[in-house]
Design a protein around this ligand. Sequence first.
Ligand SMILES: [Mg+2]
Length: 307
Amino acid sequence: MYRFSFFPYRRQFIQPLQTHHGCWKNRQGILLKLTDDKGNLGWGEIAPLPWFGSETFLEALTLCRQSPKTLSKTEIFTISEKFPASQFGFESAWLNLTEKTPLTPELPNSQLLPTGEAVFSILESLKPEAGKTFKWKIGVTDIELELQWFDRLLSSLPPNATLRLDANGGLTWETANRWLAACEGKAIEFLEQPLPVTEFDEMLQLCDRYTTTIALDESVATLRQLETCIRRGWRGIFVVKAAIAGSPTQLRQLCETHRLDTVFSSVFETRIGREAALRLAARLQTVPRAVGFGIEGWFADEVVLKF
Ligand SMILES: [Mg+2]
């Protein structure tokens, strides 16, 4: 049996984050602590992202408040799938306690560039690091303009840089085709989520039509969605937001069974959730790719544990 305690937190973004779902000002989550009968500790984190299909912060908080003060392994591993962020939090606390894995090796991080024309304001300050990976959001304004910026961006990036594009499901069949045609012959690592989640078959067709790899992100937010896309024949890249995907042990099984090409990515969790996710990334990313955890500079404060 494990003694269970939890600590809700709230962190403020320095600049509110503009998303398709509105303006995000505060990141709220819950840190979890499990203690075994020998006094060993295991830490986990619930970092919900309801607009990606996870439970809300309040739902997770209610779950924690209603949980007994001591938990069995079975209780930890049978949290409902309706609480994928909580499944991740509780199981990774248990894994942290029971698996004494060495510290995660440093994985290279991709750097998110400012969206739109703002990208050019920071390009000159970029250090020419060989092999550095950058990510740029597209599908946010007029396509003619964006395609011009795209050309200019490609010619201004440091040498040997890798570029990934992320449309967040914001393209149409027509604009996705135009983007992929523009990417032909260029060193684009992948185009992420060109079309909305509902247009899975169209994204499969795009894979056949063009040489640039396509990655699914919004389409594979949870383990169930990931399974569905594997079953329906997805052979491109899978972006995995481990903290909201659900059970990390089931995620391991799924990735290892199907030898998925994955890119692990952050949901603005604290160091506790990030380390759990990066341990999975170190074990499960089959192709050497930068992870998406470059979030330094987004928060004014680090979460400080007071107890
Ligand atoms: Mg994405």
